[in-house]
Design a protein around this ligand. Sequence first.
Ligand SMILES: *Cc1c(COP(=O)(O)O)cnc(C)c1O
Length: 396
Amino acid sequence: MPGFEIFGDEERRQVQDVLDTGVLFRYGFDAARKGHWKAKTFESEFAARLGAAHCHLCSSGSAALNVALAACGVGYGDEVVVPPFTFVATVEAVLLAGAVPVFAEIDETLCLDPRAVEQVLTPRTRAVIPVHMCGSMARIDALVDLCRRHRLVLIEDACQAVGGTFQGRALGTFGSMGCFSFDSVKTITCGEGGAVVTGHADLYRLAHQFSDHGHDHAQADRGAEGHPVLGMNCRISELNAAVGLAQLRKLDGILARQRETKQALKDALAACPAVTWRQVPDPEGDSATFLSFLLPDEERARRAAANLAAAGVDSCFFWYDNNWHYLRRWDHFRTLQSPARLPQTTLPNFAGLQEARVPVSDGIIGRTISMQIKLSWSDTDIASRGERMAAVLAKI
Ligand SMILES: *Cc1c(COP(=O)(O)O)cnc(C)c1O
């Protein structure tokens, strides 16, 4: 998965372009930058790659989520449906927007179950944020349909699923807005960076304005620009964008290698009866950054995770115990003392958040192991890994 494994001259050349001009800022300085517009170039290439009308690059995937919520007008008093299995940033973004996260169950796609979303809707529900976890997709067609029927805003958290598709269409382009992360461990990296994509010109305008203190970006003299909306600084620097540009141009190669590796490992585990695969609504569109599998029960999953580690099979995650990706371990919700003024009146009880009843998700995450697929593994590494995994998992 991590693009940092394949840094090379391409990244160095892009960064050198920026250093040679001394223009690290993405706006203005037209003459001094000698034709180098790294953020803008990334945006147009990424939008074209995804088939999205608009892309705005920002400082992180977390910022992208904040930008999307702000652009879509989701905030104080609104309820936003989120999965309990995600990187915690999805939930933080909802809280920091002044809205209330409402957890709905996942299914064996490891993403929101559309039928479970339907069950938690209230008159205050304003938006749904499915998270395309671990490189593969939610049942996005059903979620699009649900949001249309109930007139809800759909924001996709595609931070872990760059390059993934559903029925040929890029993940992140189904909702009003799609959010991506290019942080240091994602499939492609800017060092730090993120993006929103959208098909709506008005949401794009609000996104780039909000990300830059409301600047309307309407004229060359930055100091004289209007600021029609309240905003903040979610800007990316040209240096980070330059790294991302080189990485974006490697995306097809990354996906091809990940898919090949994943298939080889699945083949190696074909004779392990206890192992079932995570459901993938459209296998062709899996970006294959992870190999995720389920064991029959939590006890066997724990044993499998321990035995894989003992056999030297690294890069495996047992998410149920993971501090960052599953609700049960977000202990900071219990004692939440944020310096921001969080929506105490709409959400008096943060401890209640962590105690949300999601027994189906507990059951699924308690049985799931995901292995990150690395780009640095040689064919020999992959074969030996497959053998070691099969030896452990055949006996579980
Ligand atoms: C990485 C990630 C984010 C946050 O992205 P950053 O760039 O690290 O801020 C949000 N959601 C998910 C699902 C992620 O994996």
